[in-house]
Design a binder for this molecule. Structure first.
Ligand SMILES: C[S@@+](CC[C@H](N)C(=O)[O-])C[C@H]1O[C@@H](n2cnc3c(N)ncnc32)[C@H](O)[C@@H]1O
Length: 231
């Protein structure tokens, strides 16, 4: 019975995440993906993805690739939005798969990425990666996505699934909400301000799913970076 209630709760939250992000995508997808500007020129918007890949990925290629050729690596991006980072990732790695809960975001991403042949964009459930079948990955990444998920359980499930799909030694680099402010510690239904993690909770999540917490940055802030290394 409790399992059934849990499943119903997850399904209800998934519907809410989908409808909220679809609404944001229809209203102004580029703004809600990157709130740095009210209105974006498309070229300037995609240039921010290239700059983020430069800062967050290209500066860490030794750690991320571990001797492998980037062109031979398959990469997963969770919460790809309209493909802002996905497009820049595809210029570096051989094959990139983006997943997103919002069909409206996915529709826009497919349009923006239609001439990028090594990218695949999938609309997922918002709580798991089943849509990817049995695909395995060499690197996984998620940027400004888990901060919006108001459920520790959903984030934990994603981390577990990424662990099962990553090859041993590979890195999952992602952000969570680290700010411990009022309301952020409790599960809720606010799909903008997600649930937060302390450093020890993040470390416990890594261990629980067969990762080593290689390093972290920004604990206590809304941009709490985690580098999980698959054992
Ligand atoms: C702020 S945007 C960031 C998009 C992209 N990561 C980027 O940096 O350009 C957050 C994205 O996460 C997606 N998202 C939110 N909750 C999700 C969930 N539970 N599962 C998958 N995607 C989710 C939203 O639809 C949205 O496209």
């Amino acid at each position: 019975m409790t399992e059934l209630i849990q499943r119903l709760r997850l399904a209800s939250l998934a519907r809410k995440m989908r409808s909220d992000w679809d609404r944001r995508a229809r209203e102004d997808a580029l703004h809600y993906v990157n709130t740095g500007q009210e209105r974006w020129d498309e070229d300037a918007f995609f240039a921010t993805g290239e700059a983020n890949v430069q800062d967050q990925i290209l500066s860490e290629m030794t750690e991320i690739c571990q001797g492998r050729e980037p062109a031979g690596m398959r990469v997963l991006e969770i919460g790809c939005g309209v493909g802002r980072m996905t497009r820049a990732l595809a210029a570096v790695f051989g094959e990139v798969h983006g997943v997103d809960v919002s069909p409206e975001m996915v529709r826009r991403a497919r349009k923006y990425l239609q001439s990028t042949s090594n990218v695949h964009v999938h609309c997922n459930s918002g709580t798991d990666l089943q849509v990817l079948g049995d695909l395995g990955f060499d690197f996984a990444y998620s940027f400004i996505v888990f901060q919006h998920i108001p459920s520790r359980d959903v984030i934990d499930r994603y981390v577990g699934e990424v662990s099962r799909r990553l090859r041993s030694g590979s890195i999952f680099k992602f952000q969570v909400q680290g700010h411990q402010g009022r309301g952020l510690r409790k599960p809720g239904r606010d799909t903008w301000l997600g649930t937060s993690f302390s450093e020890s909770e993040a470390a416990a999540m890594a261990t629980r799913h067969g990762f080593d917490l290689q390093r972290s940055a920004g604990a206590g802030t809304q941009y709490f970076w985690l580098w999980f290394r698959k054992r």
